[in-house]
Structure formats: C-alpha cells, structure tokens
Design a protein around this ligand. Structure first.
Ligand code: UDP
Ligand code: MG
Length: 342
C-alpha cells in the first residue's frame, strides 16, 4: 500500500478546514480502488483564529490527519517546506485550504505520475477570472520577464497545486535556501512535469492574504532569487553611460578648441546630472537587494519554528506496512535532505 501525503498550508482558514476535508474525502473511493493510504498535513502557519482547534477536532475523527503548528506566521513558502519535510508519502501533493485547488483533480494528477511516466503533475489556471485587471497585467509582465531572464522556467498561471514523486520531493528539500520561491525551485530542479489546466475558482471562505504590494514584493523576490539579470543590466548601463560620456567629452573638447567656450546648456547639464545620480541610486538599490538576500542566507536562520505537532497515527501504521517501499525511497534520497531546520 502506497501513501499519498497532502500538504495544506493554512493561515487563518478556520472556515475552510472542514469543507476542505469533506471535499478531499470525495476521493476516498479513488484512493481505495488504487490501494492508496493518505495523510493530510494541515500546516498552521501561526494562525490567529481557530484553525488549529478545527484540525484537532478532525484528528479526533480521522487518524490520517496531521497538524503542524508554527510558533508564528512564517509565510506560505515556509509552510510548503515544512509540509514537504514532514510528509511521509511516496507521493506528495500540495493544495490550498480555500478550495481554489480542486481536490477532485487528484485522480488525474495521480494517473499522470503513475501511468504516464511523469515525475510531477502540476496545475495551472487558464484564466484569471475574478482578478483585478491591473494585477493580471503585472502578473503577465512578470512571467514574460522571468521567461527571458531566469533559468527557473516559470509557467504563467501555475499554482502550487501539484503532485510529486518522493524523488522530486527530496530534490526540492535538497534546496536548503532561506529565501524560498517555490515556483522557481520546482522549475529549477527539472524533472518531467505534466501541466493540467483548470479554470480559476474563487476562494470558498475568507479573504486572500495577498494585496498588490505583497504580490509585487513576491515578484521582486522571484526575480532576485532566480536571476542575476538586474545586476547585468546595471553593469551594461554603466558601460553605455561611460561610453556616451567619453564621446560627449571629446565633442565638447573639440568644440571648445575650435569655436571657443560659450557657457550654455546649464539646465540640460543639471538634468543629465540628476538622471545619472538617479540611475546610480537605483543600481545601488539593486545591489542592496542582492546583498540583503545574501545576508539572510549566511545567517542560516531556520525556515520555520515548530510549536506543536499532532496526529497521523493511521498513516504511520500503513507506513510501517509499506516499509519496503519507504526504505527504497530513502535509498534514493539526495544528500542533505534531512530536516535539520525544525
Ligand atoms: N497561506 C499561508 N501562510 C500565509 C499566507 C497564506 O499558509 O502567510 C496559505 C493560505 O491559508 C492558503 C494558501 O496559502 O491556503 C494560499 O493563500 P491565499 O488563498 O491567500 O492566496 P491566493 O490563492 O489568493 O493566491
Ligand atoms: Mg486562495
């Protein structure tokens, strides 16, 4: 019997804990038919509401449920990392708690990985229904930019909803960086991925945790984590400006030598000075961004801190039964994938 782990990052999702579980359990006949055991890992990312209590209620009812609580809010990326490192499954799937990632797609994802020879089945939304147009516009620009300038192979509309083999999960965990941009990490590690498309679904309860500026900061993180294009741009810009300056210098020198030296062009000189000073500040800012990321990396702080861990007994028993399989998976694990973070 193989085990599927489902990782559900939650930040203030008390209204969605039960509906998510009910929706997921509609897959039970599929799981039984394929001789699959399951565990659902709810990641309580420092929730300020009753999400953890709801999950505890579920654990009482179903021993396949697990709760992993953080000491504070560490963000969805940390939630994904913690979920992947605690998951014991032969296959691991990530889904949002708000049912924007329809659990009904699970059989299709599973088929792609087990029958069609893919290492991962990922999902993307084909439309951005219900999203403000300005956000869609910037999102599209961001993906176009990343496609050109980074090796992370991002896909427009890709969600974090994906099913991965143990081998791929171990590869994700082997990327121990502190600044985690999962969409980039998934693309960077490679493997064969099948993209399954679905139409955008609006969140069941509650509100999205993202506003325009947090998405903007997320996009900047993505660029800085997976591309050195802004630094190259700074260097090229410096080169071009120096070249123009030398040409102008020669021109001004010759003009002064031939026609004398009338003092003209004061306003334009000021404009150019301001422009160049502005560009210098901008480029310093770009370098500063990389430096601050490097600073956080070298400090090697933990990606998350655990406060509590509960449940999952039923999945553990099955795990023992399938220990042959799991041992095999462990043999294939990449070096450095042990969870030393918690
Ligand atoms: N989430 C989280 N930590 C956070 C913010 C969000 O674990 O700090 C979870 C959230 O509970 C949800 C998922 O990440 O399950 C996606 O968040 P959200 O629905 O707000 O984002 P959107 O779907 O609008 O991109
Ligand atoms: Mg959502």
């Amino acid at each position: 019997m193989k085990l599927i782990s489902v990782v559900v990052p939650c930040y203030n999702e008390e209204e969605n804990v039960f509906p998510f579980y009910e929706e997921f359990m509609k897959n039970k006949p599929f799981l039984d038919a394929n001789d699959l055991n399951y565990e659902i890992l709810y990641i309580d990312d420092g929730c300020r509401d009753h999400t953890a209590d709801k999950v505890k209620e579920l654990i009482e009812k179903d021993r396949h449920i697990r709760l992993i609580s953080f000491s504070r809010n560490f963000g969805k990326e940390a939630g994904i990392y913690a979920g992947l490192s605690h998951a014991r499954g032969d296959y691991v799937c990530m889904m949002d708690a708000d049912l924007q990632d329809p659990p009904a797609l699970l059989p299709e994802l599973y088929k792609a990985v087990t029958e069609e020879g893919y290492d991962c089945a990922a999902t993307r939304r084909v439309d951005r229904k219900g999203e403000p147009p300005i956000r869609s516009f910037f999102a599209r620009r961001f993906y176009a930019l990343m496609k050109k300038f980074s090796d992370a192979d991002l896909v427009d509309g890709a969600r974090d909803y994906r099913l991965m083999t143990r081998q791929m999960v171990d590869a994700v965990l082997s990327m121990q960086e502190y600044n985690r941009f999962s969409k980039g990490i998934f693309g960077w590690i490679g493997f064969r991925t099948k993209w399954i498309e679905f139409e955008n679904i609006e969140r069941l309860h509650g509100e999205t945790k993202w506003n325009f500026w947090s998405l903007f900061a997320y996009a900047v993180d993505g660029i800085i984590d997976f591309s050195s294009m802004p630094l190259t741009f700074a260097a090229v810009m410096g080169f071009v400006l120096s070249f123009v300056a030398i040409v102008m210098l020669v021109f001004v020198f010759l003009r002064a030598a031939i026609f004398g030296d009338p003092v003209a062009g004061w306003p334009s000189t000021i404009c150019i000075m301001l422009l160049i000073a502005g560009l210098q500040m901008l480029m310093l800012g770009v370098i500063g961004q990389y430096l601050s990321k490097t600073y956080l990396e070298v400090k090697r702080r933990p990606i998350y801190i655990l406060r509590e861990e509960l449940g999952g007994e039923a999945a553990v028993r099955a795990d023992d039964a399938a220990s042959g399989v799991r041992k095999d998976a462990a043999d294939h694990a990449l070096p450095g994938t042990e969870d030393t973070k918690a």
